[in-house]
Design a protein around this ligand. Structure first.
Ligand SMILES: Cc1cc2nc3c(=O)[nH]c(=O)nc-3n(C[C@H](O)[C@H](O)[C@H](O)COP(=O)(O)OP(=O)(O)OC[C@H]3O[C@@H](n4cnc5c(N)ncnc54)[C@H](O)[C@@H]3O)c2cc1C
Length: 479
């Protein structure tokens, strides 16, 4: 059932899930399907977290916030943990393009095509390319290798910033990775993406979340929207519920899909954890944030097909630090053609994304902020005009989102788009060992973030919560 936002929930649950991002929702759905009683509390007025959309001009324009592309694995995850109807709507993008002063490439983003491009366009020997892919394929998440991305590229393609750009730029956009991050995280993400290309949900995020909500309700998950959890209740060194608007709701286990550090520092309080764990948690770096410019094409107008995802840059050289800076000349354009939402009238939309730093936005006055947003919008329009001449005259809606927008709508500290860096995973996975009954599921590290990573992490944590509940049941049965 869906509670109204005013309802004071008195029922006790086995599991309360705080937040309806893809990790929280997938966990809730799996646990309800497995017969557990689940309450899903979401602070926003719709489900989805970052997997979201918004409408403008009375619904005439609709924009997806984080539907730029995900790996093929999402089909299996959706089929197994959601429904065939959801899985069947996942389609491959046809064309991923790079346009920058070093090279231009059009690829379907499969491993086979990358091998061809590396050999024929970048003139690398087949032997080196095969050795590089072999090393990626043999990377194991549990290996304790200290190698960084920079070292990995230097090993196979020394002095080739063009190849580093070709290989790393999409990943920098996808999750803010840099050359200093562990090569293992890059290797796994890259191998995931590279197996069979980049995929998208046909119908749009609104349709997907609508189908997921139906599925959650069908499987017995109780949902309350506009229910911001202020506190996780700890009694006798165990978690036993949450507080929403001063009202206590009780459960045997609580799963937080909120930001990792927010969960520890604000929702629970550091005093409930060991000093060592708090130290580790404090050392977890939040991931970077991003800016988007949303551009809607006038009703009745159209644009030709120029690619689905276009990585553009005006910077002569590639640097991951530069790519995060506000002065950067790089942006990625996601183009949405009518096939994206076949159920709507012939509509086109374009979203420009660029990585960003929270600190570059947070101290601006209102006037400075508005002025900076205008600069961002103008940069997007100018960049788009270069690859699609005449497009400016066809656009009748444009607006920008910044790290502050992300922070406001998703409660992610510093507007982090991809949760935390790699080290967050260890802290997240060990939360229940520190405080029985408390679990975390959400974007941590590069592997457990993005649509697929978050959904899969929800499944992993669902197993952990289920094991915990089973242990409690056994304890209760003891004479
Ligand atoms: C601009 C942008 C573009 C992206 N593009 C892509 C892409 O193309 N492909 C891809 O795979 N990934 C992309 N991502 C990343 C991907 O969207 C996220 O990694 C994933 O959706 C995060 O899921 P999550 O489960 O961690 O939770 P989140 O989406 O972070 O959701 C957490 C939820 O918890 C709720 N919440 C938090 N605190 C509380 C509280 N106290 N009480 C109640 N509710 C609370 C929030 O309101 C939110 O709904 C993008 C992200 C951004 C920001």
């Amino acid at each position: 059932m869906q509670y109204s936002s005013k309802d004071k929930i008195e029922k006790k649950y086995e599991v309360i899930v705080i937040g309806s991002g893809l990790a929280g929702m997938t966990l809730a759905n799996k646990m309800a399907k497995d017969g557990r009683s689940v309450l899903l509390l979401e602070s926003h007025n719709k489900l989805g977290g970052f997997a979201t959309w918004f409408k403008r001009q009375d619904g005439s324009h609709i924009f997806d916030v984080s539907l730029h592309g995900f790996p093929v694995g999402m089909i299996k995850t959706c089929r197994k943990y959601w429904s065939r109807e959801i899985a069947d709507r996942i389609h491959q993008l046809k064309s991923v393009r790079y346009i920058n002063p070093q090279f231009e490439v059009d690829t379907d983003f499969t491993k086979e095509d990358f091998i061809k491009v590396l050999i024929h366009k970048f003139n690398v020997t087949e032997e080196t390319v095969q050795a590089f892919f072999l090393e990626l394929a043999h990377m194991n998440f549990y290996d304790n290798s200290q190698m960084t991305n920079g070292e990995l590229f230097n090993k196979y393609f020394p002095g080739r910033s063009d190849i580093t750009r070709f290989l790393l730029e999409p990943i920098v956009y996808a999750n803010g990775s840099n050359l200093e991050d562990p090569a293992i995280s890059y290797g796994i993400v890259f191998s995931n993406f590279m197996s069979k290309g980049v995929y998208i949900f046909q119908g749009g995020t609104d349709v997907m979340i609508g189908l997921m909500k139906e599925e959650l309700l069908k499987n017995g998950v109780d949902i309350q929207l506009q229910a911001r959890v202020e506190k996780i209740i700890v009694d006798n060194k165990r978690v036993c519920g949450v507080e929403v608007k001063g009202h206590k709701i009780y459960s045997k286990a609580v799963v937080s899909n909120s930001n990792l550090r927010t969960t520890i520092e604000k929702l629970v309080g550091e005093n409930h954890f060991s000093d060592e764990y708090v130290k580790l948690a404090k050392a977890v770096r939040l991931n970077t944030s991003s800016c988007q410019v949303y551009m809607g094409i006038k009703k009745g107008e159209s644009i030709p097909f120029i690619g689905d995802l276009i990585f553009t840059s005006e910077d002569n050289d590639f640097s991951t630090d530069l790519i995060l800076s506000p002065k950067v000349g790089s942006q990625t354009f996601s183009l949405y053609y009518p096939e994206m939402r076949p159920h709507l009238e012939n509509r086109f939309a374009i979203v420009s994304s660029s990585n960003a730093r929270y600190e570059d936005w947070k101290n601006l006055s209102t006037d400075q902020y508005e002025a900076q947003k205008k600069v961002l919008i103008e940069r997007a329009l100018q960049g788009l005009e270069k690859i699609l001449p005449g497009v400016r005259a066809k656009i009748d809606f444009v607006d920008a989102a910044t790290p502050l927008t992300v922070e406001r709508y998703t409660l992610h500290e510093r507007g982090a788009s991809f949760g935390t860096k790699f080290e967050g995973l260890h802290v997240s996975m060990n939360m229940h060992k520190e405080l029985p009954g408390l679990f975390h599921a959400g974007s941590v590290g590069i592997i457990m973030s993005g649509w697929l990573g978050a959904a899969n992490y929800g499944v992993i944590q669902a197993h952990e919560v289920d094991n915990y509940l089973t242990r409690l049941e056994k304890e209760d049965q003891r004479p």
